[in-house]
Each structure stands twice: as structure tokens, then as C-alpha cells.
Design a protein around this ligand. Structure first.
Ligand code: ATP
Ligand code: MG
Length: 223
């Protein structure tokens, strides 16, 4: 896999000893400015060397809802990040068959980057509230710290609620200061379906992909 990152091939653990890596998981259907601002704020707040965007192959928490083809979602993330010195795409989930479980992704990244790499899994408050329902949440916080940012419309669960659900969860969190960005992929899909403008909600190359692949057209209520 070519991540386009400096500092040796991703599999070269020695080149990454001591790396501080951000992991930005998501469905990215499509990627938007909220994702990019979140990743950048996490990078700078936590002193991360790079952030890997990991498009989910099979976003099992979104089962029952239409999700665009993984090839289109990967292409959109690549378009969003092209030329960025700090951000790169990881295909670790999109090339794996079966549901995309974060604890497995983190294990694969630890194997790839070596035991010295510190992983910071980046997520919004909505995803944090959902995390106790993910598979093996204890294995997630055993392998990564969580970089959590506000998400409009979501209030953080009280620490004791998180703690009851997953022991150790509240202590695994680093807060990422970030202005509230009320943009979601759901809203963008609805806008495209309604023929409304999404200029500046997504990087221009992503908008070009959406138009070229004719994504989200006529999908009306698609969640
Ligand atoms: P959808 O509406 O389809 O669920 P989304 O906008 O929530 O899409 P995802 O791919 O589901 O995007 O999110 C990936 C990660 O990015 C999640 O951790 C989510 O909380 C975070 N995130 C997405 N948009 C924002 C935003 N505007 N502010 C903060 N975090 C965000
Ligand atoms: Mg979401």
C-alpha cells in the first residue's frame, strides 16, 4: 500500500518507531470540511506527525442504510487529501473483507507501524456516544487514545456513564478543541439530492467526484 507518506514504507516499523499517528475513521460518504478540520485540530492539539484517514469497508453500524461503493468513497478521500503534507489515506479497512471493526483496524496499524507507534483514534462526540456499542471497545482503548471533538447537536455523555459502559473509557479521552462545524455527510447527500449547492462544504475535488460518479442524485430521504 502506498500512503504517500514520507519516512519509509508504512510496513517499515523501524521508520515509525515513536510515531504519533492520528487515525481518522469514517464512512466518508462523502468526506467534508468537518472531517478535515477535526483531523487538523487533532493533529495540532496532540502534536501528531500525520493523520491516516481510514474509509470503512463495511460500515456495519450503518447497516440497513445505503452506503456508496467503497471505491467511490476511497476516491473521494484521496481527492480530499491530495497533496496534503500531513494527511494520507489508509486502505486497511477498505481492502479487508467483512465488517470494519475498529479494534481490528488498530491491531493492523500497530502491526504495520510497530509497537513504538502511539495511535490516537479521532472521533466526534456522536461516535464517542456510540462507541460502547462497537465490538470490543475495551480492545480499542487498550490500543489507542481517543481524540474527541464536539459535534453540533450532541452533548457529551457524563464520564460515569462512559465509565460504566466501558471501564477506562473516560480516562482514555483527549479533548480536541474545535469550533462547532454543523456539516454532516447526511446533510450533503440531501443537498445533492435536492439540487442545492454543496460548494465549500466539501473540497472542490470531492465535489467534482460527486458530480462525475453521479452520487446522491435523486436519493431523497437517504439517511
Ligand atoms: P453521516 O452523516 O453519513 O453519518 P458524518 O458526517 O457523520 O456522516 P462520518 O463518516 O460518519 O461522517 O464520520 C466520521 C467521523 O468524523 C466520526 O467520528 C464523526 O463524529 C466525525 N465527524 C464528522 N463530521 C463532523 C463534524 N462536523 N464535527 C465533528 N466531528 C465530525
Ligand atoms: Mg456519522
Amino acid at each position: 500500500m502506498n500512503t504517500g507518506l514520507p519516512g519509509g514504507e508504512p510496513g517499515d516499523a523501524a521508520a515509525h518507531a515513536g510515531s504519533r499517528l492520528g487515525i481518522m475513521g469514517g464512512t466518508f460518504d462523502p468526506p467534508h470540511l468537518g472531517h478535515l478540520i477535526l483531523a487538523e485540530q487533532a493533529r495540532t492539539a496532540l502534536g501528531l506527525e500525520r493523520v491516516l484517514f481510514v474509509p470503512a469497508g463495511q460500515p456495519w453500524r450503518k447497516a440497513g442504510r445505503h452506503v456508496s461503493a467503497v471505491a467511490h468513497r476511497v476516491a473521494m478521500v484521496q481527492a480530499a487529501l491530495a497533496g496534503d503534507p500531513y494527511f494520507a489515506v489508509s486502505l486497511v479497512e477498505s481492502e479487508r473483507s467483512g465488517p470494519s471493526y475498529t479494534y481490528e483496524t488498530l491491531a493492523a496499524l500497530h502491526a504495520q507501524y510497530g509497537p513504538g507507534a502511539a495511535l490516537h483514534f479521532i472521533l466526534g462526540q456522536d461516535a464517542l456516544a456510540d462507541l460502547p456499542h462497537w465490538v470490543q471497545p475495551g480492545q480499542i482503548i487498550a490500543q489507542a487514545r481517543l481524540a474527541v471533538a464536539v459535534r453540533p447537536g450532541w452533548t457529551p455523555p457524563p464520564p460515569e456513564t462512559l465509565e460504566r459502559a466501558v471501564p477506562g473509557l473516560s480516562a482514555a479521552i483527549d479533548i480536541v478543541p474545535m469550533p462547532q462545524i454543523d456539516i454532516s455527510s447526511t446533510d450533503i447527500r440531501r443537498r445533492v439530492a435536492a439540487g442545492a449547492s454543496i460548494r465549500f462544504f466539501v473540497p472542490e475535488p470531492v465535489r467534482a467526484c460527486i458530480a462525475a460518479y453521479r452520487l446522491y442524485e435523486g436519493t431523497g430521504d437517504r439517511g
